[in-house]
Design a protein around this ligand. Sequence first.
Ligand SMILES: NC(=O)c1ccc[n+]([C@@H]2O[C@H](COP(=O)([O-])OP(=O)(O)OC[C@H]3O[C@@H](n4cnc5c(N)ncnc54)[C@H](O)[C@@H]3O)[C@@H](O)[C@H]2O)c1
Length: 438
Amino acid sequence: MVEKGVDIAPADGKLGILLVGLGAVSTTFVAGVEAIRKGAAQPIGSLTQMGTIRLGKRTDNNCPKIKDFVPLANLDDIVFGAWDIFHDSAYDAALNAGVLEKSQVEDLREQLESLKPMAAVFEQNYVKRITGENVKTGKNKMELAEQLIEDIARFKEEKGCDRLVLVWAASTEIFVTASKVHETLEAFEKGLYDDDAAIAPSMIYAYAALKSKVPFANGAPNLSCDIPALTKLAEDNGVPICGKDFKTGQTLMKTIIAPGLKSRMLGLEGWYSTNILGNRDGEVLDDPENFKTKEESKLSVLEHILQPDVYPELYKDFAHVVRINYYPPRGDNKEGWDSIDIFGWLGYKMQIKIDFMCRDSILAAPLCLDLALFMDLAQRAKMKGVQEWLSFYFKAPQTAPELYPEHDLFIQLMKLKNTLRHLKGEDLITHLGLEYYD
Ligand SMILES: NC(=O)c1ccc[n+]([C@@H]2O[C@H](COP(=O)([O-])OP(=O)(O)OC[C@H]3O[C@@H](n4cnc5c(N)ncnc54)[C@H](O)[C@@H]3O)[C@@H](O)[C@H]2O)c1
């Protein structure tokens, strides 16, 4: 056993979860937490609520629930806030999103109606396909950031929260790469005053959160806080950050199957992925510039898992194509097809087909919960900057600049659990296991 672990402040009082975007994912998340609190549903898909963690040897039979092992905020102590470009309450937005049964939304009407979004920071250029009225105005981007900082402080005060976390679950912004204005905090702040076009709304939210010392988790693939200016601000202000892009449907499957193929040294000729979905996310992603952000995030996983440089005979030059097609009749119930061309012993070819009839927001909602609770834990444990141990939740995990991201779901889970063991001063589990045979 390690000496004593890390000092973690208790999870006393209320935790405010501020959601940017009150769309399909956010409303499914909020409604789910409300239903669970009422005892009307189970937190399926949530590691913080259902997961266990083995401590010590396999023969010790010590496997507590994660939520009993580390001090996480209790679901009854959560309070929600949100921003959106539409005025709809969480009740109307949930009905609009059409993820949950109408009767289930009706049962939670009172709680959902009370969640009304604050006015958003929005720029049409970054999300082309939607336009809303509930949008802030200001003479420059710094003024907009200050308005968000005021929103955060007011929410905390009015709701009597002890701590806050912020989760980006708003639309995917157009593809941008980091440039000069993103390099240092000085350049970034000057850019806010100068209304620099390269500063996206999601960066303004991230800046406001970090200035307010509120952890920021990014559920979309846009850069947001994955720029040097903001990672530095997170470090300096002692705030945890993580991202990018919730790992839910097709990419979740990819990061489950690809490590398995590689473990058995099976080769890959190509992986063709296509999706049809008809929700608002699908509509936004129908724009080529917004899709490009998503495509980059979805494409990166196979290269990193399969390591073509290390295994050229198996993975050099495999074809990888990802498509998303907006198809309204399907709503949030996305269908993701994968056609995987592999080869085995002596080069003989085989095929794997996957048809995942998934429900996007049903898969994403528990991730919002886990991220909010773990980010709050991280802050109470004085962890700051990029939280790579939360890569488990992301398609394009944010890492230190010199590191490649770890995409293998099982390595990510081991890393997450070992981080929890480390925090509590428990032995890390290496899976060596020789001692059982001594
Ligand atoms: N559902 C999943 O499985 C999944 C997986 C990975 C990533 N994501 C990402 O999560 C995000 C949310 O997905 P969704 O299905 O809930 O989408 P959605 O379109 O239903 O909801 C997004 C909401 O964000 C609002 N919005 C847009 N720009 C905003 C801004 N600047 N400030 C405040 N609100 C803003 C929109 O009005 C909308 O209500 C998307 O970026 C999506 O790509 C979702």
